[in-house]
Design a protein around this ligand. Structure first.
Ligand SMILES: *Cc1c(COP(=O)(O)O)cnc(C)c1O
Length: 314
């Protein structure tokens, strides 16, 4: 995967920078493109003839995997929860890319995947399974590499980011960044703004990914500093996955108007809004702050199509 650019967004009480993972040059980019590339590097090494994954109708991961599979003419099967099957630009693209979508109630997802893989194997196929969201060590590895890109930028520009903020879902993106921090022994705060999961589970899932990755490479770490380095806040969830409030809407409108920057209401807009509140609450001033735009541009268009555009702006 190519590198994504870092830009300075504004200079108020803090200097705010943004890493545009949404500009990664494949299928509207985003963290799922960076992670997906790792899985397909692995697929390209083997003799796989079908790709199976999990994702809802709004899933950026589903779009990316469908696109990467299509590029190789590999059949792609996506198990999708019935509870989140409303058409979106992402689901339209998955269909356009020829992915086979199997919709089942969410509590049947796990069994459906197991049965499908078994069935494919019985047919003599060699399926490759990718966890929802591109979770797992390969996904984590993708964000260790992203962390190295950030270090490179800092070195070139002679700057140090005191804080890194990002939208945290399954936690693999954050886990990769914290692993990068751990490997480099850097002192800074990486703050995951939960977009759905409450604590303590939310943080625990991030920690599990970190330990799994570091253990797989026999990298030694200090459990205490790992706990200290993993900041996962569930204060800005707005009631759950996909839900948002007026502040999130304002942030989305203002960021597009002022910076031409698309943010969505499920991930990046919610995280950006959460970051601004966190900065205010913690009285953070005079710091260099990096926000990671984790992508999801098609969701911005879903938002536009649905919002009434009646939010008051300053
Ligand atoms: C999936 C996704 C996230 C969350 O990433 P995790 O690695 O699951 O924490 C954040 N932002 C966008 C745009 C996403 O699509």
């Amino acid at each position: 995967m190519q590198k994504s650019p870092i830009f300075k967004l504004n200079q108020n009480e803090n200097s705010l920078y943004i890493k545009r993972e949404d500009l990664l040059p494949f299928s509207f980019g985003g963290n799922k493109a960076r992670k997906g590339q790792k899985f397909f590097d692995d697929i390209d090494k083997g003799a796989f003839d079908v790709v199976v994954t999990y994702g809802s109708a709004s899933s950026n991961h589903g779009r990316i995997i469908a696109n990467m599979a299509k590029k190789r003419d590999l059949p792609c099967i996506i198990i999708s929860p019935k509870e989140a099957s409303k058409e979106t630009f992402n689901s339209e693209m998955m269909r356009f890319l020829g992915a086979k979508i199997i919709v089942v109630p969410v509590d049947e997802v796990s069994k459906t995947i197991d049965d499908l893989i078994l069935e494919l194997k019985e047919e003599g196929k060699n399926p490759y399974f990718i966890q929802g969201g591109g979770h797992g060590n390969l996904g984590t590895q993708a964000y260790v590499e992203c962390y190295e890109e950030i270090k490179e930028f800092e070195k070139q520009k002679d700057i140090f980011f005191d804080y890194i903020f990002l939208a945290s879902g399954t936690g693999a993106t954050q886990a990769g960044l914290v692993c990068g921090q751990t490997i480099n022994n850097d002192k800074r705060d990486i703050v995951g703004i939960s977009i759905a999961r409450p604590n303590p589970r939310g943080k625990e899932v991030v920690l599990d990914s970190i330990r799994e990755y570091l253990d797989s490479l026999d990298i030694e770490y200090n459990e205490k500093s790992l706990l200290e380095n993993t900041h996962f806040t569930d204060e800005y969830i707005c009631g759950g996955y996909g839900k948002f409030d007026l502040d999130v809407e304002r942030v989305i409108e203002n960021s597009f108007k002022n910076y031409g920057l698309p943010l969505d209401s499920t991930y990046t807009g919610k995280a950006f809004s959460g970051m601004l509140k966190f900065i205010e609450k913690e009285k953070i001033v005079g710091k260099n702050i990096l926000f990671i735009h984790t992508g999801g541009t098609p969701l911005y268009f879903d938002y536009l199509r649905e919002s009434k555009g009646d939010v008051e702006n300053d």
